[in-house]
Design a protein around this ligand. Structure first.
Ligand code: CO
Length: 466
């Protein structure tokens, strides 16, 4: 294997616990929580390699800061899911997004009974428990300090679905988290729920019924509304019952003639207050949304079509790095009482956008995002969505992952005072570095090399406690 970005798709089995990382530079002395990240780390079992980036077996990483600016302590651990244990025992990784029948079998089994648990997409805190999540509704609980797998996590309610939106949105202004489940049927339903802080009991908000459910990776939330962005990458549930298509994503088709629709639901009543259709595009990640002057402003990273899903097959990864990403940060304005939609592009070539937690659902100013990959590295961008101005950090040979902004404790919204925590694959050194960038300038404040290279991961959260 070459020492380039391919290292980001090489399996990692090494695990460490409470390793004090060497720190170059100065850590903020107010940083006293922990960043917990999730992502695929084992790409083969029994000599067989998975086909798609999304199909690697989950590993969690924890970076804990001491609140004095002295040390950062690192722990990483593969999720001991049933899928992981079966893969280690039998040499087969089954039940995945785009590799063989696993994920598909899981959806089939879900239609009649039992899904897989390789929760490699995101993490959340539910009723004081650290929970790993993926795109089917099985959840794995982990110890927030040691990252040891505690077993299956169960909600204390009867809500069900066949597909789980791994992005849930904690709303610090309302003391609840909003999430989304898709249930296949006639019709199928995309159902939003709320989960009050400290509870394990989800409450249904409302649903959007459809004959052709879309693949939904995230959604948008404002103070009063929840917004389902229905792009035309859709399936029909009956397709899952037919033979001939090998993987989960094979069952979804791009149907641009449908356009992309914003469905706006009242967070209190669940009533749909608007549906607006715009040109067709594909979205994984919403950035933020808020209400302003009778409009909903919805910021997201849009692609011209769903080709990006195929582009993330491991066999296609080199193309992806050579051609960059066609994900663009776009702002859509949707009339709350009408169908009009307007849009503008705020930044080109980016993914994995983040904002300050306190900015969610509110008018805000700054987005931090991963810049598109190129063969010798990528960049971290900071975009001022009020002016369109941007700054960037980059270093040749480094591939930055999702940049997580943590606002300084005394700073007020929408300030950029704080720091950006971002892991980056350092291909020259054959390892991953944790970088702490200045939230205002993106200047590097500190760097802590890890004892190994971490495969490219997905998402993380910064928890003030744990
Ligand atoms: Co995501």
């Amino acid at each position: 294997m070459e020492a380039g970005f391919e290292l980001g798709f090489a399996s990692l089995s090494n695990e460490v616990r409470d390793r004090s990382l060497p720190v170059e530079g100065t850590l903020p002395d107010w940083l006293d929580g922990a960043l917990v990240r999730n992502g695929p780390a084992t790409f083969e079992a029994g000599g067989e390699r998975v086909h798609h980036w999304f199909d690697g077996l989950a590993m969690l990483h924890r970076f804990a800061f001491d609140g004095r600016g002295d040390t950062v302590s690192y722990t990483n651990r593969s999720l001991r899911s049933e899928t992981y244990r079966r893969a280690m025992a039998t040499g087969e990784i089954s039940g995945q997004f785009a590799t063989g029948g696993g994920y598909l079998r899981r959806v089939r089994q879900l239609l009649f009974g039992d899904p897989t648990d390789n929760c490699n997409v995101h993490v959340a805190r539910v009723d004081g428990t650290l929970v790993a999540m993926t795109e089917v509704p099985r959840y794995v609980a982990c110890d927030p300090d040691t990252l040891e797998t505690r077993g299956e996590f169960a909600f204390a309610d009867a809500l069900t679905g066949h597909v789980n939106c791994a992005h849930v949105l904690p709303d610090p202004h309302r003391g609840e988290t909003v999430g989304l489940l898709t249930t296949f049927g006639r019709p199928s339903e995309h159902t939003f729920y709320r989960l009050p802080d400290g509870s394990r009991s989800r409450e249904r908000i409302g649903s959007v019924a459809t004959e052709s459910p879309a693949y939904l990776h995230s959604f948008a939330l404002t103070e009063r509304f929840v917004v389902l962005t229905e792009h035309p990458f859709v399936t029909t549930p009956a397709s899952f019952l037919l033979p001939g298509r090998e993987s989960f994503v094979d069952h979804y088709e791009w149907k641009p003639e449908r356009g992309t629709r914003f469905h706006v639901l009242d967070r209190e009543t669940g009533e749909r207050v608007a549906t607006a259709v715009t040109d067709p595009w594909f979205v994984f990640h919403h950035v933020n949304a808020f209400e302003a002057d009778g409009e909903l402003v919805v910021d997201l990273v849009a692609y011209p079509n769903a080709d990006v899903v195929d582009g993330l097959y491991l066999s296609e990864a080199s193309d992806w790095f050579e051609h960059g990403s066609d994900g663009h940060l776009r702002r859509f304005r949707v009339q709350i009482d009408g169908q009009a939609v307007a849009s503008e592009t705020l930044y080109g070539g980016c993914e994995l956008p983040r904002i300050a937690r306190e900015d969610r659902t509110r008018e805000y100013r700054y987005v931090y995002t991963q810049g598109a990959a190129e063969p010798d590295g990528n960049h971290v961008a900071k975009v001022d969505v009020t002016t369109g101005e941007s700054d960037r950090w980059e270093e040749s040979g480094l591939f930055a992952e999702e940049p997580v902004f943590v606002r300084a404790p005394d700073a007020e919204r929408p300030s950029d005072e704080g720091c950006v925590l971002v892991t980056a694959l350092n291909t020259d050194e054959g390892r991953t570095d944790l970088l702490v960038l200045d939230g205002e300038t993106l200047d590097e404040r500190a760097r802590a090399p890890l004892p190994h290279a971490v495969p490219f991961g997905f998402h993380g959260r910064y928890f003030e406690e744990w």
